[in-house]
Write a protein that binds this ligand. Structure first.
Ligand SMILES: NC(=O)c1ccc[n+]([C@@H]2O[C@H](COP(=O)([O-])OP(=O)(O)OC[C@H]3O[C@@H](n4cnc5c(N)ncnc54)[C@H](OP(=O)(O)O)[C@@H]3O)[C@@H](O)[C@H]2O)c1
Length: 268
């Protein structure tokens, strides 16, 4: 596994697993919760250590239970979760503290590696209060890094007006249908690490080119796409319910794309 160093020197695995449909009937985001997640157990067995969770996914306690019971030591895991930008969680500092305390309980841990605001909070006072609570837990060592998700440049500018601790990460959609080029440039300038959600999304004509590039290395188009993303400093958190795909998504470190490959993908 390779790691990326965040702006506060914390190291984050460059590949993790998403969990938004894990443990749900029909692998449906809105599906009822089951009481098992074989996919997460399989991911841990295969070597995934970075787990992307969220309060909104409703499965935090289930995911946390599996992590806590696994044989992987806590210090090897990189646990991310997210506080929803909803009144229930951000209307007061007390509600944000309660949300974080509950996540710590769900993961049966005394610290989270990364906590994100799941989406922009439009009310400035609420944004400030929420970030101040994040900073409070960060200073107390209960959060090793703090960041945001789905923030555009204007949201980052607003946060920067009062943030004492800069966001370490912005988790946004980055794939070949949503390249987010301008925002990626902003994040680079500001020293904020981009984490790609939905990193696998492509269109059919793009798949053909990715598959073709992969042939030279004995890799699939999906692996080429992930390699392209991590090659430009983007953390990826692909999610799969299929063990073979899970294994493939980790098997990215024994080949290099050429500059010509990268240019081809850039132009897709
Ligand atoms: N911050 C946010 O607002 C936000 C929004 C969306 C998602 N997320 C996070 O990002 C994670 C990933 O995003 P996502 O789940 O939407 O999409 P994704 O990881 O880009 O794509 C998942 C799809 O790709 C397929 N897939 C995975 N690996 C593959 C491979 N090697 N070959 C072929 N197909 C493959 C999976 O099918 P199989 O199961 O059949 O492999 C699944 O249908 C989520 O789980 C969640 O943790 C965050």
């Amino acid at each position: 596994m390779e790691y990326i160093t965040l702006n506060n020197e914390v190291k984050m695995p460059i590949v993790g697993t998403g969990t938004n449909t894990y443990g749900k009937v029909n692998k449906d985001y809105n599906g009822e919760l089951k009481n098992e997640i074989p996919e997460l157990e399989s991911a841990l067995e295969l070597g995934y250590r970075s787990i992307d969770a969220a309060i909104s996914y409703r499965n935090e306690a289930l995911v946390g239970g599996i992590l806590a019971e696994s044989s992987v030591p806590r210090e090897e895991l990189f646990i991310t979760t997210k506080v929803p930008a909803r009144e229930e969680y951000v209307s007061s500092k007390e509600s944000t503290r309660a949300a974080i305390d509950n996540s710590l309980k769900n993961f049966k841990t005394d610290y989270l590696d990364l906590l994100l605001i799941h989406a922009p909070i439009e009310d400035k006072e609420q944004l400030k209060n929420t970030w101040e609570v994040f900073e409070e837990y960060y200073e107390a060592g209960k959060l090793k890094a703090i960041g945001v998700s789905n923030f555009k440049k204007n949201h980052l500018d607003e946060l920067n007006e009062f943030a004492k601790v800069k966001p370490a990460v912005n988790q946004i959609q980055i794939n070949l249908t949503e390249k987010n080029k301008e925002l990626l440039d902003v994040l680079k300038e500001e020293g904020i690490t981009p984490v790609a959600w939905g990193p696998m999304k492509t269109e059919e004509h793009q798949d053909k080119v990715l598959d073709e590039i992969g042939k030279a290395y004995g890799k699939s188009g999906a692996q080429v796409l992930l390699k392209y993303q991590i090659g430009r400093g983007v953390v990826v958190i692909p999610k799969s319910h299929n063990r073979e795909n899970q294994a493939a998504n980790l098997d990215l470190f024994d080949f290099e794309l050429t500059a010509a490959d990268v240019e081809k993908i850039d132009n897709l």
